[in-house]
Design a protein around this ligand. Structure first.
Ligand SMILES: Cc1cc2nc3c(=O)[nH]c(=O)nc-3n(C[C@H](O)[C@H](O)[C@H](O)COP(=O)(O)OP(=O)(O)OC[C@H]3O[C@@H](n4cnc5c(N)ncnc54)[C@H](O)[C@@H]3O)c2cc1C
Length: 1015
């Protein structure tokens, strides 16, 4: 049977010496998993949780509720199996008998024993040198803030002491009167050593007499004594301890005997790297000696002969010693160096423009680079463990006033904004210079930066300390750039990791606008034909160009079609909605009868009239758009643009024709001209994608398979239509033609239709559409082949029943998504990167070339017209030097089926994926009076809101008229409105908008009730 694990009273605050058991959260016999909270304890500051990091079963003996247990004292046991569990009141085993752990006992002896005889009467508390940092072993009394005889109240600061890192306050959490004997200012006291006393009454105060001086020597004597009486260590080793050596820092989460600490301090050994074999796992001197073989580098350092330097050495200060020890322990780290040069000019300019210090900007850049290379932020933990961390806390060395280095830690660089980090840094810097940092302000950095650029140093490297995997040394910039040298721990990262990290960091430093926003207009100085060239005249390009000319820029918009409008106007949104409008009329007439309106139910479609109207609308809007573009002084040029280099394009006019209804063919380059530009915006869209289904491409050629480019050429309504793809285009087309009278089958390869739509809405819509008499939807269907010719096609597909089926139809509409065609643009000549088949652009529309932007379908994401338009305006703003971002979490969309599916913002799943605790409320359309009157009862509305802030995150629709109802949802989400605001808004009656108020009130009531229950 392995030894039970002792759950000990943890030290939950710097000043905590004991804790009171408030509750047991687990019962004796309960299974305990790593990370479980087993109890709560009251410390000197608050009630806090006791977590356990072992698996097993809770076993007695356990401390009673209300019992006061000293820090480190056992409060219960964890055993391996259920049959080892002892009752709560079992007698403590010999090895765990002491509620006061070995180390605490010894410390009490070491610090207090020599002074026992000199203690005043009526002592209620001994003020001891607190351990104010992980590495602190002793402190220097800088000042007594209170005088002997002063009345002291809980929480008073009585003295200031200098630790190895800073000057800090000594607080007392007892009431009483300050009494001597008291340590002198400037005396060095070991951690735990007595500094002064609190007595009960004023007349007991001893005003004269000074206590102990350094306490350290006494402590060490006592340490040696107590160690020699410890059976585990005394028999086999003779320990030579120098009288002047300082004890090593206490190990984390473990105890070490004073002699072990002393020996470790003398030998420069980090006690965190040693296993303890003393009682309850305490590290003994023997463990330290035995470890010498396990830590070769540290051992080597110890064995190295010390050069006997002539002269009278002065003793190191506490801080100098701490640095010396930390550096010595880093000798055990197998390190290597990698250097990359980066040009810092843009970063310095951007920092200035944003009013933040360059140091902070570099720290933020380091953290952002870690998002891609997280291992740099990990560290090695003895023995053979890696600590993976997501918080990036960067220690940056600062010179303290009067000399010496202090390393404040800028916390959460990964998540805090640049502005917040800058504010934090200002305070840290100020306190660091005065050496007034609190422990939490300098302890445990996860990464370090040392900047000697301002000192004109042309190259240096730095030494990482244990607890980090790397340190970045920044030297002064030369023509080649600013050397960034990383020294890294090879146990955690390898050379390639560091090289990749440095290259990412270099990119962030050289292109700060990609993450800090613009620092001014993006157009570089130069004699360009145009300030900006916009390629593509669809919604993305046109909205961008119009915003740019409005600000006085000289803009050319190159579009291969004779009229602007792009796919949206000529082959997408507008023509499809013209068809939908006709389909709506047919559908609505069928509903008239239930309202008593007769004679309208046998609607008949005149295809050529509809087509005439459709084309008229497109042509009229195309002409209007061109007129407006020219009127606002956009130079609209017809032709196909391709890059010649990063500041010029060739406009190929050889393919130009007058037909705006068909996608323009590319020219052969025989005619055209070169145009130079300061900035470019690529808004070339994405044509339909035809997957490699056997027979598909051939059938596109012969016209049996239609795409969203060619379906507009249909001469009549097909009798039977196959549609492949259950996205927005496929769903709309399928239902339009069913409403026109075609027999339609839609095949979707995925388990569900409409991937961008909220899952319940999409599922419900499938069911409603399947009820349409002439429409069948098959999900999880795989199309095996397409055969035949226009007017007589055969679709072979495998269904959910694992059998092959054939659907005979006149035509097949291929609606399997859209993909940008990038090759003809010759992006490589302009240095524009492509990722996963789309142009890589950030939320500001910026591509890998800082002065070239890309928007709309060509960058992927939601391929919608209003998305392209918004991204166009975002790119224009950034070109003009304003910071604007596209936020997909607030984007919206409507699928124009009957009923319509629509969304704005996040679904529950999406909110959850972003770590938001959200709740949703929904209401069926069938309970709405207006819906009942018009018999439009299918569907539902949903609101998703943040449970805590009540902010509305998303609104989802399956409803007739969702294209109008979505407007209110868009404003809710875009305006960050809360449930309270929607609940209080006065919606007119009778309208379907009343449902929003009703839903908001209902969700609020639910959240109120559930929060009351929790209390
Ligand atoms: C059937 C259908 C229905 C749709 N319905 C909707 C809807 O209801 N709502 C909605 O929001 N979205 C809808 N869309 C999507 C919408 O049409 C697109 O998302 C939108 O048009 C994209 O705009 P864009 O500016 O990125 O590109 P586009 O509109 O495609 O414009 C790009 C333009 O650039 C031109 N071009 C390409 N390469 C070059 C070059 N090298 N040089 C010069 N010119 C070039 C193209 O010919 C085109 O004119 C629909 C799409 C289809 C197919």
């Amino acid at each position: 049977m392995s030894k039970p694990y002792e759950i000990k009273m943890p030290q939950l605050s710097d000043t905590m010496t004991e804790g009171v058991i408030v509750s047991w959260e687990k019962n004796v016999g309960d299974a305990i998993a790593r990370g479980d909270i087993v109890a709560t304890v009251e410390t000197d500051k608050a009630i806090m949780d006791v977590e356990v990091f072992r698996d097993g079963f809770l076993s007695g003996p356990i401390s009673d509720v209300d019992a006061t247990v000293p820090v480190g004292g056992a409060i219960a046991l964890i055993v391996e199996s259920k049959d080892q569990v002892q009752q709560a009141d079992a007698t403590p085993a010999a090895s765990s008998s002491a509620d006061v752990p070995v180390q605490e006992q010894q410390q009490t002896q070491t610090a207090a024993a020599p002074e026992q005889s000199r203690q005043p009467d009526g002592v209620v508390y001994t003020i001891k040198m607190p351990q104010l940092s992980d590495t602190m072993t002793e402190g220097i009394v800088v000042e007594w803030v209170k005088s002997l005889g002063d009345k002291i109240e809980r929480g008073d600061v009585v003295a200031q002491v200098e630790t190895d890192k800073a000057i800090m306050d000594v607080e007392v959490f007892r009431d009483g009167y300050l009494s001597g004997p008291m340590t002198e200012v400037d005396s060095v006291i070991a951690v735990g050593g007595a500094m002064a006393y609190l007595v009960e009454s004023e007349d007991q105060v001893i005003k004269e007499g000074v206590v102990v001086q350094s306490g350290a020597a006494d402590a060490e004597d006592a340490a040696t004594e107590s160690e020699s009486s410890a059976p585990a260590s005394s028999s086999t080793h003779a320990f030579q301890v120098s009288g002047t050596a300082s004890p090593a820092a206490r190990p984390h989460n473990r105890n070490a005997t004073p002699l072990a600490r002393k020996l470790a301090g003398q030998s420069g050994v980090d006690l965190n790297n040693i296993n303890g074999n003393g009682p309850s796992g305490v590290i003994t001197a023997a463990d330290v000696m035995n470890n010498q073989g396990q830590a070769p580098a540290a051992g080597m350092a110890l064995q190295m002969p010390e050069a006997n330097v002539p002269g009278n050495g002065r003793a190191m200060s506490a801080m100098e010693r701490a640095i010396s020890h930390s550096m010595t322990s880093s000798l055990s780290m197998p390190t290597f160096h990698v250097t990359v040069d980066a040009q810092p000019g843009a970063l310095i300019k951007a920092s200035k423009a944003n009013g933040v210090s360059v140091t902070v900007t570099i720290a933020k850049a380091c953290a952002l680079a870690m998002e891609k290379h997280p291992t740099i932020n990990w560290c090695y933990q003895p023995q053979d463990k890696l600590v993976e961390r997501s918080n990036v806390d960067i220690g940056m060395a600062v010179s303290a006033d009067g000399g010496g280095l202090v390393v404040p830690v800028l916390r959460n660089c990964e998540s805090e904004s640049l502005e917040a980090l800058n504010d934090n840094w200002k305070g840290l810097l100020d306190r660091a210079r005065k050496r007034r940092l609190k422990p939490e302000e300098y302890a445990n950095p996860t990464f370090m930066v040392s900047n000697m650029g301002m000192l004109g140093v042309s190259y240096f490297d730095a030494i990482p300390t244990p607890g980090t995997a790397a340190i970045l040394a920044i030297s002064a910039a030369s023509d080649k750039g600013m050397p960034l040298t990383m020294t890294a721990d090879h146990r955690v990262v390898n050379g390639a990791d560091v090289a990749l990290y440095l290259n990412t960091l270099k990119g962030l430093i050289e292109q700060p606008e990609t993450w800090m926003g613009p620092t001014g207009p993006a157009i570089p100085e130069g004699d360009w034909d145009y300030d900006v060239v916009v390629i593509g005249g669809g919604p993305g390009g046109e909205d961008c160009a119009r915003d740019l000319v409005e600000h006085g820029l000289k803009v050319a918009m190159i579009n291969d079609s004779p009229f602007p409008g792009g796919e949206c106007l000529w082959r997408g949104c507008i023509p499809s909605k013209a068809w939908r409008a006709a389909a709506d009329r047919i559908r609505d007439r069928a509903h008239d009868e239930h309202l008593g309106v007769e004679g309208t139910t046998k609607a008949k479609l005149n295809w050529s009239k509809l087509e005439k109207t459709r084309k008229h609308v497109l042509e009229t809007r195309g002409e209007m758009a061109l007129k407006t573009d020219k009127g606002v002084k956009i130079n609209v040029i017809q032709g196909f643009a391709r890059f010649e280099n990063d500041h010029s394009i060739f406009v190929d006019t050889a393919g130009n024709n007058d037909n705006p209804h068909q996608r323009a063919p590319q020219g052969d380059g025989t005619t055209g001209k070169t145009i130079s530009f300061g900035c470019a915006v690529i808004a070339t869209g994405a044509p339909p994608f035809v997957p490699p289904i056997p027979g598909a491409l051939d059938a596109v050629e012969t016209g049996g398979v239609l795409t969203s480019d060619t379906v507009w050429g249909l001469q009549e309504v097909p009798k039977r239509l196959g549609v492949i793809g259950g996205g927005a285009i496929g769903m709309e087309m399928a239902q339009i033609f069913q409403d026109f009278g075609s027999k339609v089958m839609l095949l979707e390869g995925q388990e569900r239709i409409l991937a961008e739509v909220e899952p319940e809405i999409a599922k419900h819509l499938t069911a409603v559409l399947n009820d349409d008499p002439n429409l069948t939807i098959h999900t999880s269907a795989s199309v095996k082949s397409i055969k035949g010719k226009a007017g007589a096609m055969k679709l072979v597909y495998g269904g959910e029943d694992n059998k092959d089926h054939t659907f005979s139809c006149d035509y097949v509409v291929m609606a399997t998504g859209k993909r940008p065609v990038l090759e003809p643009l010759q992006l490589d000549k302009a240095g524009v990167a492509v990722e996963n088949g789309v142009i890589k652009a950030d939320v500001r529309g910026r591509t890998s070339a800082a002065h070239i932007f890309a928007v709309g379908d060509v960058i992927g994401g939601l391929m919608l017209a209003h998305t392209a338009g918004q991204q166009g305006r975002v790119a224009a703003a950034n070109i003009l030097g304003e910071d604007m971002k596209y936020n997909q979490d607030k984007d919206s969309g409507v699928i124009f089926t009957r009923p319509e599916a629509a969304f704005v913002g996040l679904s529950m799943d999406q909110a959850k994926a972003r770590g938001i605790d959200a709740a949703e409320v929904k209401m069926p359309m069938s309970i709405d009076a207006k819906a009942m009157i018009t018999n439009e009862i299918h569907g539902m509305l949903k609101i998703v809101a943040d449970k805590k802030s009540h902010q509305i995150l998303g609104v989802h629709y399956l409803a007739d008229h969702a294209d109008t109802l979505i407007g209110e949802g868009v404003m809710m989400v875009s305006g960050n409105m809360t449930l309270e605001q929607v609940a209080e808004a006065i919606h007119p009656h009778p309208t379907q908008t009343e449902m929003f108020g009703e839903m908001a009130r209902r969700l609020l009531s639910r959240l109120r009730r559930s929060s009351r229950k929790k209390k």
